[in-house]
Design a protein around this ligand. Structure first.
Ligand code: HDE
Length: 703
């Protein structure tokens, strides 16, 4: 029940029938009344004045007695918890997983028993290296962590958007992370791998070469969380009711296809909207465009593993989709944002060891190490072994155990017996039938610290990845390597990296060396094993080859000026809506402009706030007069020049020509330039946009 507040000191006034009080600065504050609840302390005590501390006289010293002030400041002082040591910057959403068909033949996990079964899910996407407040479009791996609240407890698939990892053994993880994070003496660079320490470590760690190809590819600068794949990375096991095991790899595939941005674009997006990925997910979910992924399984047995070119326990290797087809087994839909970021996204605790009966681990040495790390890290971060009591981490199925007490215990066992066996007839008991049974794999051997010989080939799959990329994607890898290594001050590190690249691909190594200005090509690095014959290219590894079928989920930025053709704008809006895409208007003033027919076009952005890097395609609906005025503004010229340089499709009304010309863009440059006020032009434009980018322009613009 709402208590009525006593009035604060100070003059009160009734304006628009709301009770207001004047603070010491003369500003007005609303008072509790009617439906507005009374402000209280955390102990529930009503507060009379939230504007002034308790003092002796209006100008006197503050009093320790002011328990309300002390509680408020005390709590504020303790608002921060340690950020995650890796994956600190993340963004999450709720949703569900829907099982397509029963997988009982492979697993006894309850989640896979019934077609159509829906399981609540929470997903957190993240970057790895940057701090919590870093920008979204760092060149980095993205975390893709999925918590499935199954009827047999929480199952966490703590994956990344790349299917391989930098290292083969968990003992190297602290070194790898130290190397990529800011250098400890100077505390920079933030959220980037372009520095000496990272490349020093990498160039001394040949097992990372395959991952480096992924990290230098466009996969590391995704356009949206919604357009990236997710991978469990390690080989896991599924175990059925007969205790038979099948090896499995987990792959999430986005329904809207894959898409990344260009590096030059990423750099600018980070300035224009550091929350680009967050905002994108928020906007999509809040507007009812729920992103969706299909869970695919690569299933295989011991015979396949024995016959495969590489060790299935080696987390620096993939099984190409062309060698072993992934099978779609369900879909993940994200349909609700958390109510509170901290309570849910920040406090969510993912742990690789959270698996239900019917899912089990392999001996991948990275996975084995992770199974220790994730529990340990939650205690540090969340401060109590009772972190499972936090609603986001609590199972949604019945659970019973005897764990008790500790900091922040929200629920303890009830009754007398808090142990078992007991003769009180109280409490839960274990169940050999329903409980988790580890797959009884036979293991024997000497205790050793050894890397298996079968992990020794570090270059063949790196080469396969490079050769599987389209020409623009290969160019991007060359440019990314050149950029990153150009930031290394020590020339020896650059040369050592080139010596590895020569083992991946001679032309790649030569191109990077050339762009870095390395006059004398270094000798290729010594390889632990001789190179094998080229592996067949895998088209599944290319983003461009696996783009969307439509422009759905993408965004068009329409730049308008006073006198813009309102009819054309409506036509464009209708076509974009039909495609399932989004249109946003950019105007010289955010309030909008008067259109040709006297109607009013509202702006979503002003030009400085809506540069073209925030959109997948742009349109210029400007009158000739408007174009001439805009041509005098640097931001408007950048809008056009960037859209062109980033190979985007540009629709423009005939009046826009002066703006294009001033921006240095030839209106007839290529088929990506579409005059929009001609018949059928709107549909031609939308059709073109489905290709996302006109990569053939890239060589001309030297992106
Ligand atoms: Fe992690 N990792 N990791 N990692 N990881 C963490 O756990 C660790 C690895 C991944 O959104 C930490 O709760 C070790 C691979 C994601 O909350 C920590 C090793 C993959 C997230 C940890 C790895 C991942 C983490 C830090 C090498 C892809 C964010 C905070 C053996 C398959 C989860 C935390 C979220 C987070 C340890 C390697 C994915 C320290 C020791 C490989 C998506 O426990």
């Amino acid at each position: 029940m709402a208590r009525s507040a006593r009035q604060s000191p100070g003059e009160t006034a009734t304006i628009h029938e709301q009770k207001l009080t004047r603070g010491s600065g003369g500003e007005l504050h609303q008072l509790a009344q009617g439906d507005i609840p009374v402000l209280t302390t955390a102990q529930g005590g009503p507060v009379s004045d939230d504007q002034n501390t308790l003092k002796i006289g209006a100008r006197g010293p503050a009093l320790m007695e002011d328990f309300f002030f002390r509680e408020k400041i005390f709590h504020f002082d303790h608002e921060r918890i340690p950020e995650r040591v890796v994956h600190a910057r993340g963004y999450g959403a709720h949703g569900f997983f829907e099982t397509y068909e029963s997988l009982a033949a492979y697993t006894r996990a309850d989640i896979f028993q019934r077609a159509g079964e829906k399981t609540p899910a929470f997903v957190r996407f993240s970057t790895v290296a940057g701090s919590k407040g870093s920008f979204d479009l760092a060149r980095d791996v993205r975390g893709f962590a999925v918590k499935l609240y199954t009827q047999e407890g929480n199952w966490d698939i703590v994956g990344n958007n790349m299917p391989v990892f930098f290292i083969q053994d968990a003992i190297k993880f602290p070194d790898m992370v130290h190397a990529v994070k800011e250098e400890p003496d100077r505390a920079f660079p933030q959220a980037q791998s372009a520095h000496d320490n990272f490349w020093d470590f990498i160039s001394l760690t040949p097992e990372s070469m395959h991952m480096i190809m992924w990290l230098m590819s466009d996969r590391a600068i995704p356009r949206s969380f919604r357009f990236m794949q997710g991978f469990g990375v390690h080989t896991f096991r599924l175990v059925n009711a007969k205790d038979e095991s099948t090896f499995v790899k987990f792959i999430w595939k986005p329904k809207l296809g894959m898409q990344s941005v260009a590096w030059n674009e990423a750099v600018k997006i980070n300035g224009a909207d550091p929350d680009f990925h967050r905002r994108d997910l928020w906007d999509a979910i809040q507007s009812g465009n729920f992103p969706e992924w299909e869970l695919n399984l690569q299933l295989f047995d011991q015979d396949f593993a024995d016959g495969f070119d590489f060790d299935i326990l080696d987390p620096t290797k993939i099984i190409p989709e062309e060698v072993l087809a992934p099978i779609p087994v369900g879909r993940l839909v994200l349909d609700r944002m958390p109510d509170n970021f901290f309570a849910e996204t920040e406090q969510v605790a993912f742990m690789t060891q959270n698996v239900p009966p019917g899912v089990d681990f392999s001996n991948d040495p990275l996975l084995q190490g992770r199974n220790f790390s994730y529990l340990d890290t939650q205690l540090k971060r969340l401060g109590s072994p009772n972190f499972t009591h936090i609603p986001i981490n609590a199972p949604k199925c019945p659970f019973h155990h005897f764990q008790q007490d500790g900091h922040m215990a929200m629920r303890n066992p009830v009754g007398r017996a808090n142990y078992q066996p007991n003769s009180w007839g109280e409490g839960p008991r274990e169940s050999p039938q329903q409980g988790f049974r580890s797959f009884a794999d036979a293991e024997e051997g000497q205790k050793v610290r050894l890397r298996p010989e079968s992990f020794a080939d570090h270059y063949s799959q790196a080469r396969q990845f490079f050769l599987s990329q389209t020409a623009p994607e290969q160019r991007h890898i060359v440019m990314a390597l050149t950029f990153e290594l150009s930031k290394c001050e020590n020339p020896a590190i650059r040369a050592r990296m080139v010596s590895h690249l020569l083992n991946v691909d001679q032309t790649l190594g030569e191109a990077v060396a050339d762009k870095l200005g390395i006059g004398k090509l270094p000798k290729p690095a010594d390889a632990a094993v001789p190179p094998r014959d080229d592996l067949p290219a895998s088209p599944a590894l290319s983003i461009i080859e696996n783009g969307p079928e439509s422009f759905a989920g993408r965004k068009v930025g329409v730049l308008v000026s006073p006198g813009a053709d309102a009819g054309l704008l409506r036509e464009l809006q209708a076509a974009i809506d039909k495609e399932g895409a989004v249109m946003e208007v950019i105007a010289p003033r955010v309030g909008g402009v008067e259109a040709s027919d006297g109607s009013w076009i509202e702006g979503k952005h002003m030009i400085d706030g809506g540069p073209s890097v925030l959109f997948d395609a742009v349109a210029l609906l400007v009158s000739e007069e408007g174009a001439e005025r805009l041509a005098g503004e640097a931001t408007a010229r950048d809008f056009v020049a960037d859209a062109f340089a980033h190979c985007k499709f540009i629709a423009f009304s005939a009046g826009a020509v002066p703006l294009l010309q001033k921006a240095g863009v030839d209106p007839k440059a290529d088929e990506g330039m579409i005059v929009i006020d001609e018949p059928e032009a709107v549909s031609t434009y939308i059709e073109s946009c489905r290709k996302l980018r006109l990569w053939s322009r890239e060589m001309a613009v030297k992106l």
